[in-house]
Design a protein. Sequence first.
Length: 615
Amino acid sequence: MLLRFLSTLIIFTIVGCGGGGGGTSIPETPAPPSNNPPVFTSSSSFDVEENQIAIGSLAATDADGDTVSYSVSGDDASSVSIDSSTGALSFVEPPDYESLQSYSITAIASDGTDETTQNITISITNIPPPYISQMALSGTYDDGQSEELLFLNQNGNVFSGRTTHNGTVDNLVASFEFEGTSVFIGDVVQESGITANDFTDIVTYTVTNSDGDIENFTVDLTRFTGLPVVYLKTDDSVAIDSKDDYVEGDTSIFGGRNFDDLEEVEMKIRGRGNSTWMHPKKPFQMKLADKAEFLGMPSDKKWIFLAEYSDKTLLRNKISFEMGYLSNLDWTPQARFAEVYINDEYNGTYNIAQKVEESDNRVPLGDTGYLLEQDQLSRLDPDDVYFDSVVTEKFLINIKEPSLDLDSDEYNYIKDLLGNFEQSLFSSRFLSEADGYANYIDIDSFVDWYLISEITKNVDSQSFSSIFLNVMPGEKIKMGPLWDFDLSFGNVDYADSRYAEGWWVKYHPWYDRLFQDPDFVDQVKVRFAYFRANQDLILEKIDNYAEQLQWSQQENDDLWQTIGIYVWPNPVIFDTYQEEVDHMKMWFRNRMDWLDQEISYLTGNSDDDGQSPIT
């Protein structure tokens, strides 16, 4: 029997009726409320200076007002930490720009139900190296004059400048701009515009930054011209206007960076020189009451102030002395450039030199030696003791030291010694080993004195004056010391020595004869090769001293106004100091070239005397 089942769907509709109504309804189930995830409002990138822990803070808002918490993930998450409630980010270890310049993390903001992520880039910025970018000095000098604001030149880590006023620079204030955390001199913190310092010597500023970097900056301030300053004060400010009479007073030195200061000491001073005394800028001889070192030169009493008025380079004596230091001469005077004030008035740049005289620190002749000078009768003082050459009337021989009486045993000894030398030199047996001239003179000193005088073509060295010799009893006659070379290197307009070409000192009567000895000529060739090899060194010294005088020559010329005008006996006139220096160098090069060729031709034959003088 087939059974059939019928499914019956019965639907009930229940209607609730208020108020006893007869209708019915079914209530709807409400949908669960939706959640809004947090939204980041902070930047996705941060810039952090190296060595700093703090990075910044994350920030997110939640529309539902739920509490937001923060966390981070990603490859670099271990390098940072985060405050989950505030979102403050910080590094676990201070970052180092040199190790890593960028960090990447994923920031997470959660409201407990939903979360939002944001990719964060943290860039590390390098701490600028310590640096001073500008510096100026101000202050008041010891004489009350003020330096309002002197801006210094900067070349890398070196600041340089110059005060045009000759006043102390030991209490100046630096104003500066810098990168870094602090500035020191030594262990003293420096405040821009406040801290005063002594700038007499080079001052080093040390700048540091938060990276631990240290950088030094030096301040090289030139006081006035950079040369030491010598102060001469005469009693009652009496003028120094006599070559015969000393004026008493005192002297002191501000040595600057290179020399010791000298506190006031007693001295007396007078004029000196022959043609140089006629110039407006006077040369002097100073005698200290007691021996003292002066500008680093060995202790003694007498010091010569060379004015160098007609030598606009101020260098000819100095460079000739430098050649002397290279030579076989026993002694060559030392000299120092300095600014000189007389009774508080600037008097220009002087070349202050040791005096040519007997002294343990100068020409060491002891009690028995002789210092002689070939000179002219018109130049002698009334009390000078001299004798004539036995072979020429071009010069006489003045006994500079010791002080002798005519016809004394000491006088007759030295007169006879020089006379015997001259007679031997001009005899037919002058080359004899037994009684020739070489038995009387020190060849090395005669050769080197000749070459320095011939190379520089010093006008007075031919046979006029300042031709010094020295003799120790029982020893040979020596040439030297060198002296009076301001009219050398072509600086003369009244003689052929102005030209770079041509012989000059070779025509001195003694040397004219000496060049007839082949052995003497060979020695001249050897020693000239030595000076030729040192030519570049001498040129370098000219440049170095000219650089040293860059400011002083300006101040000197502002006072005496010699550049660009004729001063006796200049053969040429130039408009600038540098042109004067360049001319001297060119003359020297041309002179060495000419001598190099002509000396090579010499043989020592009696009929070979080189070229004739230029007429």
